[in-house]
Design a protein around this ligand. Structure first.
Ligand code: UD1
Length: 337
């Protein structure tokens, strides 16, 4: 069965290609290489013994998307990762985000819904909940006004899919990720942030590696036990596996609604200081860090209630924060060696 993975050479995309191939799917990975390197294909091959088919396509080019779907009209589903994800950059350049995250989505859906079966897995984010009132966050928590164009593209994306499913053959699962971290335990694939990392874990591993002088901890005066923000850090391999399960649910027509939504997290919140100390433990390195002012737009706390994914998808995260940090550290050491 042929499955399309857009953004298939990116961080979560490449790990999902691995899990799909491990389950016997034939994968066609689309990527425009704007935030990934073609050598990721070699890493995937080393892990699975197979390279996916690769198409270097920019999904903002409608005609290219049309050609692609004509060429591969026997696909059974699309897992859509291709999108920009830097919050700050989206504030600076909103139109880039709306074009990349919305136009591309629309073009893919236009072609997919013209095929006999239209199964679609969408990368959404816990950012849609804003600062939720109740922890842990369930899927029926309300969607809050977006704090950034990036966040808005995830909300609009969910709406586009929901509206389209009402009037077409589209069946979709929206996966709201909490904080994906880590790398493949083989260190053959992992995260490749361009420039200065904005996210916590790549900043930690680069600091430990000596690429950054020190980590700034953004605020220790939050209303949390140690004063630093709390997030739900999920190992990217666990996250990737959930995509395969979600796709299988659509393929076997087990979905109860045309559009279903699931939180993907571990269910456990960790503070920034807890992550730092866990990293120090698994790496044996002392991390140079300093408490600085809060970062604008950060929420105090977000962690998932994962009951729905556990019960309905039969998926549960298996790997620990320590395993994720150890894998991220192994990956960082490998790419700098
Ligand atoms: C951010 C985005 C989120 C997006 C996700 C993936 C915001 C408000 N949220 O999540 O919408 O889906 O990235 O790209 O930007 N931290 C430090 N020092 C650092 C970096 C981070 O202390 O150098 C802290 C942050 O304050 C936060 C935690 O670490 O408390 C996690 O930060 P980060 O990895 O950037 O993820 P989010 O902000 O949760």
């Amino acid at each position: 069965m042929k499955v399309v993975v857009t953004g298939g050479l990116g961080f979560i995309g490449s790990h999902t290609v691995v899990e799909l191939q491990n389950q016997g799917f034939e994968v066609i990975a689309i990527d425009n290489l704007s935030n990934a390197e073609e050598s990721v294909l070699d890493g995937i091959e080393k892990i699975t013994g197979k390279k996916p088919i690769f198409e270097n396509i920019d999904l903002r080019e409608k005609v290219a998307v049309q050609h692609f779907f004509k060429k591969y009209n026997d696909i059974v589903g699309v897992i859509h990762f291709a999108a920009s994800k830097a919050v700050g950059e989206s504030v600076e350049n909103p139109l880039l985000y709306y074009e990349n995250n919305i136009n591309a989505l629309v073009y893919v859906l236009q072609e997919l819904t013209a095929l006999p079966q239209a199964n679609f897995i969408f990368s959404s984010s816990c950012t849609v909940y804003g600062q939720a009132e109740k922890m842990p966050i369930t899927e029926d928590a309300s969607v809050q006004p977006a704090l950034s164009p990036y966040g808005n593209t995830k909300q609009i994306g969910e709406e586009i899919i929901t509206d389209t499913a009402k009037v077409t053959n589209l069946n979709s699962i929206l996966l709201r990720y909490f904080n994906p971290i880590g790398a493949h335990p083989t260190a053959e694939i992992g995260e490749l942030p361009i420039g200065v990392p904005q996210n916590l874990v790549p900043f930690i591993t680069q600091t430990a590696m000596g690429l950054r002088e020190k980590l700034s901890v953004f605020g220790d005066d939050y209303a949390t036990p140690d004063g630093t923000c709390i997030r739900d850090y999920i190992h990217v391999v666990d996250l990737a596996k959930a995509h395969v399960i979600a796709l299988q649910r659509l393929l076997s027509k087990q979905n109860e609604q045309k559009v279903e939504t699931f939180n993907l997290g571990t269910g456990t919140g960790s503070s920034v200081l807890e992550v730092i100390h866990a990293f120090e433990k698994v790496s044996g390195q002392k991390l140079n860090y300093q408490i600085v002012a809060r970062r604008e737009g950060d929420i105090t706390s977000a962690y998932a209630n994962t009951d729905k994914a556990n019960k309905v998808l039969g998926w549960k995260s298996q790997l620990t924060l320590e395993e994720a940090l150890a894998a991220a550290w192994k990956w960082e050491q490998k790419i700098r060696s």
